[in-house]
Design a protein around this ligand. Structure first.
Ligand SMILES: [Zn+2]
Length: 160
């Protein structure tokens, strides 16, 4: 994965959800597809942003999020049914930087996209995207938020 493309509306939807959940962490899934032949072979475009519940223990919701296995499976099915891939997930870091925490690294999956949004005093201020390695490494992924680019890519044939 080298770049991801989002629409302005998708970014706003993510920001709105994460701001509403403040000061707790909130999260969601990203469904999308690979973009063949566009700039780099491994670019990804996001088709759908799907909020999920944080089922972490009440006292821990400010520190991290836990996604129900049922939600995870439901999203896998939803992706399959619509010819999309479960590309990654997003979550907030209330009053903390948009960099992966130790918890994020320990619970990471390879080839999965992680969008982290810093929410400072209730306002989303910074959005960053990563692929996380278990050894503590991470690769920064460029997120392109552009309605123009997003609409153009969405008009092409889907290649899963
Ligand atoms: Zn985190």
């Amino acid at each position: 994965m080298s770049r991801i493309y989002l629409s302005e509306a998708q970014k706003q939807r993510i920001f709105h959800q994460l701001e509403q959940a403040y000061p707790e962490e909130a999260a969601g899934f990203l469904l999308g597809h690979m973009v063949e032949g566009y700039i780099a072979g491994a670019d990804v475009v996001i088709d759908e942003v799907v909020p999920v519940d944080n089922v972490s223990d009440a006292g821990k919701k400010r520190r991290h999020f836990v996604i129900k296995p049922q939600d995870w499976m439901r999203l896998e099915d939803q992706a399959d049914a619509s010819g999309l891939r479960l590309i990654g997930c997003y979550h907030s870091h209330p009053d903390a930087p948009a960099t992966p925490s130790a918890f994020d690294r320990e619970h990471s999956y390879p080839d999965f996209l992680y969008i982290i949004v810093a929410v400072k005093k209730g306002r989303a201020t910074d959005m960053r995207s990563y692929e996380l390695g278990r050894e503590g490494s991470h690769k920064h992924i460029t997120a392109v938020v552009s309605d123009e680019a997003w609409q153009e890519i969405m008009s092409w044939d889907h290649v899963q």
